[in-house]
Design a protein around this ligand. Sequence first.
Ligand SMILES: [Mg+2]
Length: 369
Amino acid sequence: MVLCLHFVPSLHVEKREVGVREWIGGAKLLGAMSLFDRGLDVAHAVMAHGQRQPRIVEVGRVTDKGRKFAQRGGVIAPGVIEHGLVVAFLSGHNVFDREGYGMIHGGLQRGTLRRMRIRLISTDFDGTLHAETEDPPVPEDLQVLLADLQAAGASWVINTGRDLSGLLEAVGRARLRVRPDFVVVVERAIYQRQGSAYVAVEPWNGQCERMHLELFQRITPDLPALKAWVQARFRALIYEDNFSPFCVIATSNGEMDAIQEHLAEYCRSVPGLDVMRNDVYSRFNHADFNKGTALREVARILGVKAEETVAAGDHWNDLPMLSWSLAHGLIAPANAIEPVKAAVQRQGGYVSGQPWGHGVARGLERLLG
Ligand SMILES: [Mg+2]
């Protein structure tokens, strides 16, 4: 039986924190025979880590004496071969994502990220790219990856619920070495970088504003009753801002679940109305404008296809852009909420064992091969 697998025969061995024996059961999952049956033919692939260029270099036969590979005569200890196959299996199923295997996350995913040509990367900001408590808030290696991708011609968009000034302040405080080519703010308005300025993208933003104005005028008579309903039951804060006439900050996610349910029911009675949630925050918005439709517009402007697009997010408001129809490279960090992880896994994306920007960096590395 020939197994055509990429594996790293030696680089991970010294750090084998997962005992190979522990994973022998995995051989069944491989659909293969016991790895050390006589006469097992193995395609021996070596991944050149430096170049990230996996390639098959040898094909040999493992026998009970079998420490030799036929074609090159190299001697490889059986344990190394065994371990390499296990690594290949785990790697191919997205089970771990860093050397040392300290971050193995359980369960096999149905899909894995495939190497792709990346021309557009859409990242949520808070909790995906940026972690306020970290120093630096955006990991250095992620910044390097984004800079490399931009240098290779890719565009990067920060797709956030923050408003423009709030985002740019945070970007400034984080002392980023890279600047996004586009920003999507309040989950709907698009700005494109021109030199050191971010310029409104038209006619998108104008149309977005007009449609929200019209929608919000229609629902104004209903708002007092909605407010009273919430206040009679919860301690949530209700307010109006420049972007929505009805915004809620709940005191817990459980409270927001209940409020969300009520608001969603109301939305079903108003064509075009939707409620956008991020953690314990929510606000009304027009259903035609969200992180997904904004990403579609940026991709249209750039002439980029879903096959060339990556999207990474961690919360409810990221779900519209975490869609195979928009991005074939989908990434969720370890801190993403379960519905986001489930959506990403369901579509063959990558859920990292690492949080925030670290997880995004691991996902991009996988896509880059
Ligand atoms: Mg977020």
